[in-house]
Design a protein around this ligand. Structure first.
Ligand code: CO
Length: 152
C-alpha cells in the first residue's frame, strides 16, 4: 500500500467525468488499498479515485463505523432533503451547506465485480452523493446553499 497525493481544486482533472470500471484486477485492488490509506492519512470520510488522479468510477466511504468500497456506483432511488455542512479533501478548509437527499439507495459493485445495493440516510446519503458527484466532475462548492453560512 502507498499513500497517493490528493489533487486540489483548480486541477482540471477534478472536472472530468470518470470512466466505468470493467476489469476487477490487482491494479483495481491496489488503487482501492491506496485510496483507503490516503483517506485515513488525511482524516477524510470519503474519497473518489479522481482525487488521486485516476479517472475511474471508484469511491470509498467511511461512515457510521463502516468502511465501504463502491465500484461503478449509481443512485437508483432518492427521497427527501437535508441541508448540512460538508467539506472535501480536494477543497481544503472551506466547509459549506449543501442540500442533499435525506435517503438514497445506491447500486454498485464490490472489488470482485459482484453487485450490491446500499441504502443510507442523512450523513451516509450525503457522503454517497458527494463522492458520486466527483465521478461526474462535480464538487460540493458548485452546490452551496446561499444564506446558510452564518447559522453556525
Ligand atoms: Co470530495
Amino acid at each position: 500500500m502507498a499513500t497517493r497525493n490528493i489533487i486540489k481544486v483548480g486541477d482540471e482533472l477534478l472536472r472530468k467525468k470518470s470512466k466505468p470500471v470493467k476489469v476487477f484486477d490487482e491494479a483495481l485492488w491496489e488503487l482501492l488499498d491506496d485510496m483507503k490509506e490516503s483517506m485515513h492519512k488525511n482524516n477524510g470520510m470519503g474519497l473518489a479515485a479522481v482525487q488521486v488522479g485516476v479517472l475511474k468510477r471508484v469511491i470509498i466511504i467511511e461512515a457510521n463505523n463502516m468502511f465501504m468500497e463502491l465500484i461503478n456506483p449509481e443512485i437508483i432511488a432518492q427521497s427527501g432533503e437535508d441541508i448540512e455542512q460538508e467539506g472535501c479533501l480536494s477543497v481544503g478548509k472551506d466547509y459549506n451547506y449543501v442540500k442533499r437527499p435525506m435517503y438514497v439507495t445506491v447500486k454498485a459493485q464490490d472489488r470482485f465485480g459482484y453487485d450490491f445495493c446500499i441504502s443510507g440516510e442523512k450523513y451516509l446519503a450525503r457522503v454517497l452523493c458527494h463522492e458520486i458527484d466527483h465521478l461526474e466532475g462535480v464538487l460540493f462548492i458548485d452546490k452551496v446553499e446561499k444564506g446558510y453560512k452564518e447559522k453556525k
